[in-house]
Ligand binder design. Structure first.
Ligand code: UD1
Length: 433
């Protein structure tokens, strides 16, 4: 089993280039089958979640032509069936975007429900509520969601909770429905806007994405498009916190600084210097880190996907911090692992109380999910000694070239496949440090 082995203690210094947003890509790739014409998508991150989705799409007859590592041409005119293979799709939660895309185009979808990170109970009632409001019959049986409709008709849909997934899914199902759809209390995340922009580039008529009311006027067909996916807010945020935790100086390039505002403001409260440029941010942690209070919220609030990276960094900051997790209940699974590395964190309900000023020492730890896995690597980079991170397949779901991007900024990190390689790394890295 592959592991990351890290010798910590070296400040990250240098530049890192951010790739396309994984969560936008998943919506956009699924939506690209909604036209019979060929669609070209650029800036697709080469991570496991996108490859699994592309493979599942090929499985139902979608034609795929990879132009280069980050560009793919997709043609959905030959979709043979609307029944997605379980073995593939159980691995990623965003498989459910194929329900909206297939239902919207073919008026029928059969998709196994969903895998992805185990970060809490992840209901899909709002997706189903939206599909039903548009006129679909929806059943969930034996772990498979089956949605079908004679026709889809625009509707007024109020979302009971702010959900990214349901907002995107309903948007896709509604773009070719008859008449007008209004989604109220919609999610405003940058990737919701990106999927809407992509659908509009194919001829859809969606207005208001990025606000909490999205209005869609149904069109009869969608056409070809060329589209470039926005930069990944969470990948960028992860490197911003990695810079802070290692007392580094990192220029994070190819970002939209506006999307990073909640992250930037927390880092400033923590006594980091953050400089914003047109498409880059620089995070310098020359001074001692300070405690702060964080509550995860839907965009533009602080993202739940950044909570673990913030948590491991706050454990190194002077003073007492709290983190309140208000989106998913099971997102503190990294805490037990960093406590073993020396952090002083207590979890009470949905709040973590972090007594800062601690130091990490290297340990053997296990990534419990995608973002927690990245956070544990940050702890390893800041630790004294060697940390071995297991189950890095979670991290590879969402980060492209994670280890080599860190190495380029001076980190001593390697992907290893055996005990022998770990031993060799320990010897070699000792010599360097
Ligand atoms: C997406 C992201 C994930 C991120 C999350 C919140 C993708 C592939 N994943 O997940 O990385 O952590 O947004 O920003 O884009 N809920 C319901 N009923 C529903 C749907 C959701 O009650 O039908 C609740 C959830 O339990 C959760 C909240 O709504 O408490 C937000 O979930 P949602 O925004 O839907 O998350 P995902 O789209 O699954």
């Amino acid at each position: 089993m592959a592991q990351y082995v890290i010798r910590g203690g070296t400040p990250l210094v240098g530049e890192v280039e951010i790739g396309g947003a994984k969560n936008a890509a998943l919506g956009i790739l699924a939506a690209s089958i909604m036209t019979d014409e060929t669609v070209t998508i650029d800036n697709v991150p080469d991570v496991r979640d996108t490859s699994v989705l592309l493979e599942a799409m090929e499985g139902i007859g979608v034609q795929m032509h990879r132009i280069d590592r980050h560009t793919v041409k997709i043609n959905g005119s030959n979709v043979r069936n609307v029944n997605i293979e379980y073995e593939l799709i159980k691995k990623i939660r965003a498989s459910y975007y194929l329900v909206g895309a297939l239902l919207g185009k073919y008026r029928e979808a059969e998709v196994p429900l969903p895998g992805g990170c185990n970060i809490g109970s992840r209901p899909i009632d709002q997706h189903i509520k939206g599909f039903r409001a548009l006129g679909a019959e929806v059943e969930v049986e034996h772990g498979v969601i089956h949605a079908r409709a004679k026709k889809l008709v625009g509707a007024h849909i109020y979302m009971d909770v702010v959900t990214v997934g349901a907002t995107i899914n309903i948007m896709m199902a509604a773009v070719m429905a008859e008449g007008k759809t209004t989604i109220e209390n919609a999610a405003k995340e940058p990737h919701v806007v990106d999927v809407a922009n992509f659908l509009n580039s194919m001829g859809a008529q969606i207005r208001g994405a990025g606000t909490d009311v999205i209005r869609i006027r149904g069109v009869s067909r969608l056409h070809s498009a060329e589209y470039s996916i926005i930069p990944d807010q969470i990948e960028a945020g992860t490197f911003m916190f990695a810079s802070a935790a290692t007392r580094g100086d990192v220029m994070i390039k190819n970002v939209i600084p506006k999307h990073l505002e909640s992250i930037t403001s927390k880092l400033i409260e923590m006594n980091c210097e953050v400089d914003e440029f047109d498409d880059a941010v620089r995070v310098v942690a020359a001074r001692g880190l300070r405690a702060t209070q964080i509550k995860t919220l839907p965009y533009p609030g602080f993202p739940t996907d950044m909570q673990p990276q913030a948590g491991v960094t706050l454990a190194l900051s002077e003073g007492t911090s709290t983190i309140t997790e208000s989106i998913f209940e099971n997102r503190f699974k990294y805490v037990d692992e960093v406590v073993r590395m020396g952090a002083n964190i207590k979890v009470e309900g949905n709040t973590a109380i972090i007594t800062g000023g601690g130091k990490y020492s290297g340990a053997n730890i296990t990534a419990p999910d995608l973002r927690a896995g990245a956070a544990l690597c940050i702890a390893g980079l800041a630790a004294e000694g060697v940390t071995v991170v297991d189950d890095i397949h979670y991290i590879e779901r969402g980060y492209e070239d994670f280890d080599s991007k860190l190495r380029a900024m001076g980190a001593q990190i390697e992907k290893t496949e055996s005990e022998r390689e770990v031993r060799k790394f320990k010897l070699r890295s000792k010599i360097v440090s």
